[in-house]
Design a protein around this ligand. Structure first.
Ligand SMILES: N[C@@H](CCC[C@H](N)C(=O)O)C(=O)O
Length: 295
C-alpha cells in the first residue's frame, strides 16, 4: 500500500448522529495512518466525525482476507483518535447503506442480509421498507468472574457497571439521571482496569418506561458521541438481565427501545442469543479530501 498524492473521495454519513467519514478504497491502495484519521475527524481543521469507515474489499486487506469467502466488503473502522475498534453498530449500518446506494452490492443487498466483514467477524445487514437498516450483531458476551463487573466513577460519584462485550467492550452503569454523568469531557474512570485491558466504552443508562431506556455514552477513542450502536445493544442486554429477562432461558425475544441523544434505536435479543440493532442510516455529503489531511 502507498500513500496517494491525489485528492481522495469521501462521503459523510451518520446513524442517529453518530457520524462517520466514509472513504471508498475498494482495492486497498490507501495507507490510512492513525494520524491521518485523527486529522480527518478533527471537527475544526478536518471534515469532523466520530470515526472513519474505510470501504475495502475483504480480499484486499490482510485484516479481513480470511473472511473474503463470506463477505465481499470489509468495514475498516477507526475511532476519531485513529485507534482501531473491533466493531461499530451504527457504522456497519451506514457502511451497508453506502454500499447499496453506490450499487456495490448484488441484488441491492436483499436476500439473507448483506454480509459485511468486521474485525469482530461477519455481520449481516438488512434493509427495512421504512428505510431503517437492521443488523445482526451476533450474541452479547457477559464475562464471568472478576471481569463481570466494574465501578464507573465520574468526579465524586461512582456506580456499579456490567461488562457486556458486543465484539467491543462496554461497561453499562444505570444512573438516576443522565445528567449525573456530568460533562464527560474526560473518560470516566473504570476500575479495576484489569476488567478492560484494551480500554472500554462507558454507557450511562436510565429507564424511560417498560422496556424503554435512554443512554449517554463515552466512547473509547472518540469521547462522548450522540449515539453508539454497540452501546445501545449492551444497554438493552444489561437492562434485560436487570429486569429478570434472559431470552435463552425464557424462550422469548426481549425487545428494548433505546433513546440516544441523536435519536432512537431498537434492540432485540432472541432465544438463540442473536442481538439485532435497528435504526436509520443517512448519507449527507460527499467531496474530496485534501491530500494534506492524509499526510
Ligand atoms: N459508535 C460505535 C462504536 C465505535 C467503536 C468504539 N468507540 C470502540 O472503541 O469500541 C457503535 O455505533 O457501535
Amino acid at each position: 500500500m502507498s500513500t496517494t498524492a491525489q485528492p481522495v473521495p469521501f462521503l459523510k454519513g451518520h446513524g442517529t448522529e453518530n457520524d462517520f467519514v466514509i472513504i471508498p478504497d475498494p482495492d486497498g491502495r490507501l495507507d490510512l495512518s492513525a494520524a491521518a484519521v485523527a486529522r480527518i475527524c478533527d471537527r475544526r481543521a478536518g471534515v469532523g466525525a466520530d470515526g472513519v469507515l474505510r470501504v475495502v474489499r475483504a480480499a484486499a486487506d490482510p485484516a479481513a482476507r480470511a473472511l473474503a469467502g463470506e463477505a465481499e466488503w470489509f468495514m475498516d473502522y477507526r475511532n476519531a483518535d485513529g485507534s482501531i475498534a473491533e466493531m461499530c453498530g451504527n457504522g456497519v449500518r451506514v457502511f451497508a447503506h453506502y454500499l447499496r446506494q453506490a450499487g456495490l452490492v448484488k441484488d441491492g443487498g436483499a436476500g439473507e442480509g448483506l454480509p459485511v466483514a468486521t474485525r469482530a467477524g461477519v455481520r449481516r445487514v438488512g434493509f427495512a421498507a421504512n428505510g431503517d437498516v437492521v443488523v445482526d450483531m451476533g450474541a452479547a458476551r457477559l464475562p464471568a468472574g472478576p471481569r463481570a463487573s466494574a465501578t464507573v466513577t465520574v468526579g465524586e460519584r461512582g456506580w456499579p457497571a456490567l461488562h457486556v462485550d458486543m465484539g467491543n467492550p462496554h461497561a453499562v452503569a444505570f444512573v438516576d439521571q443522565l445528567t449525573d454523568a456530568g460533562r464527560l469531557f474526560d473518560p470516566p474512570a473504570v476500575t479495576p482496569a484489569t476488567a478492560f485491558p484494551a480500554g472500554v466504552n462507558v454507557e450511562f443508562a436510565v429507564d424511560r418506561g417498560p422496556r424503554h431506556v435512554a443512554l449517554r455514552v463515552h466512547e473509547r477513542g472518540s469521547g462522548e458521541t450522540r449515539s453508539c450502536g454497540t452501546g445501545a445493544c449492551a444497554v438493552a442486554v444489561a437492562a434485560a438481565r436487570r429486569d429478570g429477562l434472559d431470552p435463552a432461558r425464557d424462550g422469548e425475544t426481549a425487545t428494548y427501545t433505546v433513546d440516544v441523544p441523536g435519536g432512537r434505536l431498537v434492540v432485540t435479543e432472541a432465544p438463540d442469543g442473536t442481538v439485532t440493532l435497528t435504526g436509520p442510516a443517512v448519507l449527507v455529503a460527499e467531496g474530496t479530501l485534501d491530500p494534506a489531511l492524509l499526510g
